[in-house]
Ligand binder design. Structure first.
Ligand code: ADP
Ligand code: MG
Length: 430
């Protein structure tokens, strides 16, 4: 008998909730495991941990937040070694001030019992921080509360019997404020002396945000694009759901995992909504968790509605105001897979011909960034025939490209008109 109550609860699970049926991302998770190993070696040999910053970037619904919570889960399960790392999740806004960040880290370590391994004598080294933690310094006293600094935290942490790496996870890093620059740079350069691995997740423009605000030389191997799952992974996620809720799969006349994965373009957010659409059918009294009794059209209609709604949310004011221009840019992106500068040339050319002008306050750069920010475009590393690696832009989800083109009055099946003025280099390259 299928778990109908479980399925019912699942239908209410929001698409922003982290993945219940997590699949894939092994390359990124392996990179985090390596970061932990390297940092443990640094601790043992007394070296400091530098340039360890990791970034996971991708369009809305790609699964970045789910990935951060998977890292946390795996750390708890001991996947990064018996002496696992401490995972600390903080809001982007807390990256600004040293005192604030130090206190958050210290409180977390204290809560985890990390400081219990310090002898009383040693603890006196970090007496300021412990005082604050224990609440013995209260606001309103004549004396100002002592400052909590990285130096104090470092001396406290180095007295811990078995210090382990700290994974400092920050989501929505694209919202970083310029005031955070000094802190970001300090975290990247490891100048605090602590074994911190900064792990940032954010939208498609996150790398440029980081590079503008303190992480001037990130290690390229540590920058990960998060996008669609592979077909196998998407199928596995659906299968995992069917197994988890003990759905009766006997006599089903179609390959549901393959069909739903395809409709969702293997995009995690859509996959989740496809699973919800299926669950809504499975809980109907006439269906009672039997896959063979499901009405496919009802599932497809719901799935499509949720997918279109998700796309509607991405159409910001700037994009909606320039839907024809957006559609034409997309048509060219789909055809050429252009680089960053080529996309800007395309926007500039369409704008200059005056067919799709941008108002004065919207520059080519800001329009490009909006497309990236809303996840209409995503950057991918691509190896050319001559072995060179270039960063090309694509729409990460095929059905989103179609949606954008149709919305702006462009037939998705047509190629863009050939124009000598328009990105000649792109045509030469093809
Ligand atoms: N690796 C994954 N495998 C299966 N489902 C996933 C995976 N990552 C995310 N999802 C699902 O996709 C949806 C969006 O994920 P989320 O982490 O919120 O994306 P983002 O933070 O990139 O916007 C969630 O409903 C989640 O359940
Ligand atoms: Mg998120």
């Amino acid at each position: 008998m299928a778990d109908l109550a479980g399925l019912k609860t699942f239908t209410r699970r929001k698409e922003r909730d982290t993945a219940l049926f997590f699949q894939g991302r092994e390359k990124i998770l392996n990179d985090i495991a390596h970061a932990v190993t390297d940092t443990k070696e640094n601790i043992q040999s007394g070296r400091s941990t530098t340039s360890a910053t990791r970034l996971m970037y991708g369009a809305p619904g790609a699964g970045k937040t789910s990935l951060l919570s998977e890292i946390q889960l795996r750390a708890q399960l001991g996947a990064f070694g018996t002496l696992g790392p401490t995972v600390i999740d903080i809001d982007c806004e807390h990256l600004k001030h040293e005192r604030h960040l130090v206190l958050i880290i210290a409180k977390h370590l204290n809560k985890e019992g990390v400081f219990r391994t310090i002898s009383h004598e040693q603890a006196s080294v970090g007496v300021h921080i412990l005082n604050i933690l224990q609440g013995s310094v209260q606001k309103g006293k004549s004396q100002d509360p002592p400052e909590a600094t990285f130096d104090q935290l470092e001396s406290l942490y180095s007295a811990v019997r078995t210090p382990s790496p700290i994974l400092l996870c920050v989501d929505e890093i694209q919202t970083l404020q310029p005031e955070a620059e000094a802190m970001l740079s300090r975290l990247h350069q490891g100048k605090h002396g602590l074994p911190i691995i900064p792990i940032y997740a954010g939208l498609g423009n996150s790398l440029s945000v980081l590079m503008h605000h303190g992480v001037s030389r990130p290690v390229s191997d540590y920058i990960h694009s998060v996008g669609a799952l592979t077909e196998e992974e998407a199928h596995a996620a659906i299968n995992m759901m069917l197994t988890h809720f003990k759905v009766d799969q006997s006599g089903a006349d179609r390959d549901w995992p393959a069909i739903l994965a395809q409709r969702a373009d293997c995009w995690p957010q859509h996959l989740h909504n496809a699973q919800r659409a299926l669950a809504l059918e499975l809980i109907r009294p006439e269906v009672k968790g039997v896959l063979a009794r499901v009405n496919p059209e009802a599932v497809f209609t719901r799935e499509r509605r949720l997918r279109m709604q998700a796309y509607g949310w991405r159409m910001s004011e700037m994009i909606s105001d320039h839907r024809e221009l957006t559609a034409r840019v997309m048509q060219r992106v789909v055809t050429y897979n252009p680089t960053r500068s080529e996309v800007k040339q395309i926007i500039a050319a369409l704008h200059k011909r005056n067919s799709y002008p941008l108002p004065e306050e919207v520059t080519v750069d800001s329009f490009f960034n909006e497309l990236l920010h809303q996840g209409l475009l995503q950057e991918f590393h691509e190896e050319r025939a001559d072995g060179t690696i270039v960063d090309v832009l694509r729409c990460p989800i095929p059905s989103l490209a179609t949606f954008v083109m149709e919305r702006g009055g462009v037939d998705p099946l047509l190629s863009p008109p050939e124009r000598a003025t328009e990105s000649p280099k792109i045509k030469g390259r093809a």
